[in-house]
Design a protein around this ligand. Structure first.
Ligand code: NAD
Length: 487
């Protein structure tokens, strides 16, 4: 059985139930049926995990970074060798296809290898001094205990993006896995143990955000927090961390613009728009949820885009295009948001309802949905839905397209389709986003690139890439008097 009937926390190298003995029911997104019961952790369980991490951290930090990297490499080897198994876990708990699950494992392996390699670098700097006979260096020291909280959308990648940089920097780690995708996190923790990671260095607690996530942020022995999730929760955690002067990295939501100008290759733009809006059932912070079309090509693009969307296949087979959303609440939120947009004059060009085919009706499948006629100030323009729903907007000019693109308080990714070098570069220069893309999709970064956003999309940090090392380490400036005659 790829998904066990129950799942416990991973604390101090042991699998332990929540102290209360309570469990949360986790449902299969494809069938709506009960899939498993996971530990419902609370502050006491989080404290156990933090104490385990705190106790193990000095020993881990004393392991040379190069050797820490070798343990990460071995973890990557196990993930790669068992990609079928781990991919199946990802697929089963998210409802995506095995092909997608394995693809995600591949990305997580890349991330592990990148940070394993950083064990051979972890560069500091040498900095000239204004004083004769003084040598200045910076070195990276571990932050201490890292508290990590992640979303459910891409479980293997989400674990990898936070856990591996935190580990290579020499931290003890407590990961609060997403309650809808707890199994991948548990699997990777056990793989790391098999690879030789000392017990207690990486701990995983399961449970609900308010009950198991907040205590992690509030815990005095947690030195740095990294959170990937919604803007609403991120804002709350920023307040809690801020009151404690605790370092926090926030990777939050997006309402990403996908702009198509009149000189674009329209067929190519349609293919990328479909991927941007609907891949992973739209459950991507980088999803293209606002398709901004230059007026001269609005009608022809809309027609092609609707036709391509109608052709998408829902299901969890390798030949299907998109699976379900993660839970019943998300599905209900989306349906309600579409209904409100309709009531305000929005027109549904395709989709707008949950899938009712007999083999899908019990799962959390939302039909890929395109709306038009929504206003720049409407609620749906400004709220992330995190599902397969996108809206079309008409732009009279390049300037207008840019204004619409920058018209929300989010700023994660953005994309333009145009054959004009000038338009492309002006767009990249002026769009308010952490990632700008020309003639492709609104997508995330690779493991060695910095990803993150502005405004409601984050607080300015970037993960992964070498920039993630700044989150999980503290820089220390070391000054050396090299002048034998210096006082
Ligand atoms: P969410 O904020 O509801 O939950 C994310 C995680 O936070 C879960 O583990 C949850 O248990 C925990 N959590 C919830 N309330 C909490 C609280 N009060 N205290 C501490 N932890 C709490 O988000 P979600 O709906 O599961 O995920 C979707 C969101 O994640 C979207 O907004 C999406 O854009 C965002 N996301 C961002 C990135 C990025 O890199 N910027 C990547 C993936 C997902």
């Amino acid at each position: 059985m790829i998904i066990p009937g129950t799942l416990d926390n991973h604390i101090g190298g042991l699998e332990v139930a929540a102290r209360s003995g309570e469990r949360i029911e986790k449902f299969d997104p494809c069938t709506g049926q009960l899939q498993s019961r996971i530990a419902r952790s609370a502050a006491a369980d989080v404290d156990d995990a933090v104490q385990a991490a705190k106790a193990a951290q000095p020993g881990w930090a004393a392991v040379p970074a190069v050797q820490r990297g070798q343990i990460l490499h071995r973890t990557a080897n196990i993930m790669e060798a068992k990609a079928d198994e781990l991919g199946a876990v990802v697929a089963a708990e998210t409802g995506k296809s095995l092909k997608e699950g394995k693809g995600e494992v591949g990305a997580a392996v890349q991330c592990a290898r990148f940070f394993a390699g950083e064990g051979q670098r972890l560069f500091g700097r040498t900095i000239p001094s204004g004083t004769t006979g003084k040598l200045n260096l910076t070195v990276r020291t571990p932050a201490g205990v890292a508290g990590l909280i992640i979303a459910a959308n891409t479980p293997a990648a989400n674990v990898a993006w936070k856990v591996f940089p935190a580990l290579i920097c020499g931290n003890g780690v407590v990961l609060k896995a997403a309650e809808d995708t707890p199994f991948t996190a548990g699997w990777i923790a056990r793989a790391a143990a098999e690879a030789g990671l000392p017990a207690g260095v990486l701990n995983v607690v399961h449970g609900l955000g308010a009950e198991a996530g907040e205590p992690l942020v509030l815990h005095d022995a947690v030195d740095v927090v990294s959170f990937t999730g919604s803007t609403r929760v991120g804002r709350r955690l920023a307040e809690l961390a801020g009151a404690r002067l605790k370092k926090i990295s926030l990777e939050l939501g997006g309402k990403n613009p996908f702009v198509v100008m009149d000189d674009a290759d329209l067929d190519k733009a349609v293919r990328w728009a479909v991927l941007s809006a609907f891949s992973n059932a739209g459950q991507r912070c980088a999803a293209g949820s606002r398709i901004i079309l230059h007026a001269p090509i609005y009608d022809v693009f809309a027609k092609k885009f609707v036709a391509a969307t109608r052709a998408l296949r829902l299901g969890n087979g390798d030949g299907d295009d998109l699976g379900p959303v993660i839970n019943a609440r998300q599905l209900a939120n989306m349906q309600a948001a579409v209904d409100r947009a309709r009531a305000r004059g929005g027109r549904v060009l395709v989709g707008g309802v949950r899938a009712d085919a007999p083999e899908l009706a019990a799962g959390f499948f939302m039909m890929p949905t395109i709306l038009e006629g929504v206003a720049a100030e409407d609620e749906i323009t400004h709220s992330e839905l995190f599902g397969p729903i996108t809206c079309l907007y008409r732009a009279d000019s390049f300037e207008h397209a840019l204004e619409l693109a920058n018209g929300t308080a989010y700023g994660l990714t953005a994309c333009i389709h145009t054959r004009s070098f000038d338009r492309a570069f002006l767009f990249c220069e002026r769009v308010r986003a952490g990632v700008a893309v020309i003639n492709a999709g609104t997508h995330g970064s690779e493991a060695h690139m910095p990803f993150g956003g502005r405004g409601l999309s984050g607080n300015g940090t970037r993960e992964p890439g070498t920039e993630a090392l700044d989150i999980y380490s503290e820089l220390k400036n070391i000054a050396i008097n090299t002048d034998p005659s210096g006082i």
